[in-house]
Design a protein around this ligand. Structure first.
Ligand SMILES: C[S@@+](CC[C@H](N)C(=O)[O-])C[C@H]1O[C@@H](n2cnc3c(N)ncnc32)[C@H](O)[C@@H]1O
Length: 305
């Protein structure tokens, strides 16, 4: 038992304690007679309609410690990966970003900061002393997430980082699912999804929606945990992931299960090449990817042309 929680299954890497367990059970055990469409939730097989609420449970549980845990787990490296995503996007004034599964706003804050560093950004001090505005084309970042608790944490961070959504029209926080975006077609010129798509039930639907809301010429970028091709490095990475991260989750955030889910969900995500094909199938062109940290993460890119 962990944390008074029931263990309901085992994996290659040892027993899994399960707070977010499904009625389907590990590897489909206990399925009802009626055939139902299944998917994975980490190493568990769950009914498709259950996954979204289970993922919600994970992020409701981790939201208050999310940013701290990111720093602990990755030893701060997630910041470099996110910087690389924004460097790849290289936004200029006039860009409008939809940051899906945006969580606590890390990508959106970086996007808006980067625009302010652009040579096409012309700041000016407001006459009334209310701070700084710009005479360049307006830009915006919409942080979009299915978990209100993550968005609420992000809004608090935004105020500390100079992006207060009540006074600053450049940032917006919207609640909803990546599989059904509440935006008109051809609205944004940048779409990012960072460490989010892995958690979605219907990845194909997420990609189709990304393609729909982008304007022609718009860019899709996905930063996600991926697969380490080198067997030696993979062994070291797996050992760290399965033995250290859940324990860290327990010690730092008092939540082992959510971090066990995290490491399992990474292993279930398609390989870099297969994911690139899925992006192409959704209609994106010029699809490429680059590995970061030997394939621990990758950035996939595609354009709506
Ligand atoms: C690991 S966090 C990533 C947050 C942020 N993008 C970052 O890089 O730090 C994953 C986020 O995906 C969100 N999420 C999961 N499923 C989603 C869905 N179907 N639609 C929108 N957001 C979703 C979660 O609520 C969570 O905030």
């Amino acid at each position: 038992m962990y944390n008074g929680l029931k263990r309901i299954g085992s994996s290659t890497y040892g027993y899994i304690s399960r707070r977010f367990y499904s009625t389907t059970g590990v590897n489909g055990e206990g399925q009802s007679q009626k055939p139902q469409e299944t998917t994975h939730f980490g190493f568990q097989t769950v009914n498709k309609e259950e996954k979204e609420s289970m993922v919600k449970g994970v992020f409701d549980s981790v939201s208050s410690n999310y940013d701290l845990m990111n720093d602990f787990m990755s030893m701060g490296i997630h910041r470099l990966w996110k910087d690389e995503l924004i460097k790849t996007l290289n936004p200029v004034p006039g860009s409008h970003l939809l940051d899906v599964a945006g969580g606590t706003g890390d990508i959106s804050f970086r996007f808006l900061d980067k625009i302010k560093q652009s040579k096409y950004y012309f700041p000016q001090i407001n006459q009334d002393g209310s701070g700084q505005s710009s005479t360049s084309l307006p830009s915006s970042a919409t942080v979009f997430d299915i978990n209100q608790s993550m968005l609420d944490q992000g809004k608090k961070r935004g105020i500390l980082n100079g992006y207060n959504d009540t006074t600053d029209p450049s940032i917006d926080w919207v609640h909803g699912s990546a599989e059904q975006l509440p935006f008109q077609s051809d609205t944004f010129n940048c779409y990012t999804i960072s460490f989010g798509i892995r958690n979605c039930t219907n990845i194909e639907k997420v990609l189709q929606e990304a393609h729909r809301v982008l304007k022609k010429g718009g860019r899709f970028l996905c930063l996600e945990f991926s697969h380490v091709p080198n067997p030696l490095l993979k062994f070291a990475y797996d050992t760290y992931s399965f033995n250290v991260i859940p324990i860290m989750g327990q010690l730092v955030a008092g939540d082992r299960d959510s971090y066990q889910y995290l490491v399992e969900s990474i292993r279930k995500f398609p390989t870099q090449d297969n994911f690139a094909k899925m992006i192409e199938n959704a209609g994106f062109k010029q699809v490429t990817y680059k590995n970061l940290s030997f394939g621990v993460c990758s950035i996939h890119s595609g354009f709506k042309l």
